[in-house]
Write a protein that binds this ligand. Structure first.
Ligand SMILES: Nc1ncnc2c1ncn2[C@@H]1O[C@H](COP(=O)(O)OP(=O)(O)OP(=O)(O)O)[C@@H](O)[C@H]1O
Ligand SMILES: [Mg+2]
Length: 249
């Protein structure tokens, strides 16, 4: 049985915008799946359904075969979502409090919370900021803080929505290494990104969304040859021209 499954998942906003339509996706435990698609294709709306932040207009999301609508709190424990906009994820007065918020809500004992906070901040390189206000962090640091907050919850499935936006090169490397470490440790990873060249060599599967629909789903080496049909750019080898069909492994 799939760990995560969406059936005919459809979301129509009150203004009539059909953000996603008829999405059927099955994700097995331990997969590393990349989701790409042009701006406005429904990636973020889709992600927000996976832990019940949005409720479907039609269709459903299943975790371990059970509809998440039966247990939304359980769904939030199992599926961690690192938001595209890290500002909207800030909950604490200090960096340490911000990361502690999740594990405290899971009722972990205080000494365990302290350890988890320390480890999560170290994993993203933010240990030196424990007492600072999250609002006083730079954009890239806020993004790393949002990732630390999810690490602290230790969810089975982690959905990263554009985790590389605004990061400098060492930041990209650090976040990518952390994602790979999580995958190696058995977490199921869904990674939404435009930056295919950074991640495709590691992905087991590539899904493309277009106009709110899931239009491609398969092995990266197969799907990649079709991405230009959807207004996406092929990842390039260094020195290659835009439009090249070679995929860098
Ligand atoms: N609250 C809302 N009301 C109406 N339409 C919305 C709302 N939120 C999102 N949409 C629309 O739903 C569609 C999908 O948006 P979504 O944010 O999922 O796109 P995306 O694929 O994540 O894009 P990006 O690559 O820019 O992050 C867009 O057309 C967007 O304008
Ligand atoms: Mg988005």
């Amino acid at each position: 049985m799939a760990l995560l499954e969406t059936e005919d998942l459809t979301h129509v906003f009150p203004d009539g915008t059909v953000a996603i339509e008829g999405i059927n996706l099955k994700v097995n435990a331990g997969e590393f799946l990349v989701i790409a698609g042009p701006n406005g294709s429904g990636k973020t709306v889709f992600a927000r359904h996976l832990n019940g932040l949005l409720r479907p207009t039609r269709g459903r999301v299943l975790l371990d075969g059970e509809p998440i609508s039966k247990d939304l709190i359980g769904a939030r424990k199992k599926v961690g979502l690192v938001f595209q906009n890290p500002e909207s994820q800030i909950v604490g007065q200090t960096v340490a409090e911000d990361v502690a918020f999740g594990p405290e809500n899971l009722n972990l004992p205080a000494d365990q919370v302290a350890t988890v906070v320390e480890e999560s901040l170290a994993a993203v390189g933010l240990s030196r900021f424990v007492t600072r206000s999250p609002h006083a962090l730079s954009g890239g640091e806020k993004r790393k803080l949002a990732i630390a907050g999810i690490l602290a919850m230790n969810p089975k499935i982690i959905v990263f929505d554009e985790p590389f936006t605004g990061l400098d090169y060492p930041g990209v490397v650090q976040v990518l290494k952390e994602i790979l470490r999580l995958h190696k440790n058995g977490h199921t990873i869904l990674l939404i990104t435009h930056e295919l060249e950074k991640v495709l060599a590691h992905a087991g599967r590539l899904v493309i969304m277009h106009g709110g629909r899931l239009v491609e789903d398969g092995k990266p080496e197969t799907v990649i040859s079709r991405v230009e049909n959807y207004g996406l750019r092929m990842p390039l080898r260094e020195g290659e021209k835009v439009g090249s069909l070679t995929w860098l492994k």
